[in-house]
Design a protein around this ligand. Structure first.
Ligand code: NAP
Length: 206
């Protein structure tokens, strides 16, 4: 996948990092709006491999999350999916992912897109200062999100590196979808039909 990007004259990409358990329409809207607003040539969805803050038992198998992410993004030419974190040994750190992309693509501009709550924890991540020089961050927020958490204190210093993107469609959440399936409530229209079919076929979240 990265080799294809190399030949495609790419200057600026978004890395859409998340567990995607499951991927839903809120993620897709986020990626589309980020691409528009920050003029990204591509958005590469990177399902997290072995997140340092979660145990493997808490999340669905890598292959299921990878397949759902691929099914969800397949019809958008701007979107791609990378296995970079799924194939790397050990814990998945964002800094290693960003460096991995730069090793292949050179010094392109990278925007790391993820949920605002995850970005609020960035100073507990591996090499946060280095990470903030290697890429910019887009913090996607849900309706009703208290923006002061991102605007206060230390984040004020990083206004040129961390951007907030308000996403109305992020009222949808993976946790809510998993709970709905477990309780027999409908999930139709919250995620792409191909992903819904996959969830049903593999009996995920029951
Ligand atoms: P999470 O705890 O699963 O999610 C935190 C919140 O952000 C949830 O509300 C989630 O909503 C939302 N979210 C997650 N990914 C999103 C996306 N791409 N767009 C919009 N909203 C999103 O967070 P996570 O998935 O584990 O971590 C997010 C990213 O940060 C991953 O790429 C992870 O590798 C990285 N991270 C790195 C480190 C490190 O380097 N040490 C530590 C922590 C996280 P949904 O549940 O609806 O998705």
């Amino acid at each position: 996948m990265l080799a294809t990007l190399l030949s495609a004259n790419i200057e600026r990409i978004g890395i859409m990092g998340g567990t995607f358990d499951p991927i839903h329409n809120g993620h897709l809207v986020t990626a589309e709006l980020a691409a528009y607003q920050y003029q990204l040539d591509k958005v590469i969805f990177v399902p997290s491999g072995n997140p340092p803050h979660k145990t493997k038992q808490q999340i669905t198998k890598d292959e299921d999350r990878y397949i759902m992410t691929t099914l969800a993004t397949i019809d958008n030419p701007k979107f791609d999916v990378s296995r970079i974190e799924l194939e790397r040994e050990g814990l998945s750190y964002a800094i290693d992912t960003v460096k991995g992309f730069k090793e292949v693509l050179g010094e392109i501009d990278i925007y790391f897109i993820t949920g605002a709550d995850a970005i609020l924890e960035i100073f507990t991540w591996k090499e946060p200062e280095k990470l903030l020089t290697e890429c910019k961050f887009i913090a996607a927020t849900r309706p009703g999100y208290c923006l002061s958490k991102l605007e206060d204190g230390i984040y004020e210093e990083y206004q040129e590196q961390i951007f907030v993107l308000k996403i109305p469609g992020l009222a949808i959440s993976s946790t809510d979808i998993r709970n709905r399936v477990a309780n027999g409530r409908p999930i139709k229209y919250l995620l792409p039909p191909r992903v819904e079919n996959y969830v049903n076929k593999r009996k995920l979240y029951i």
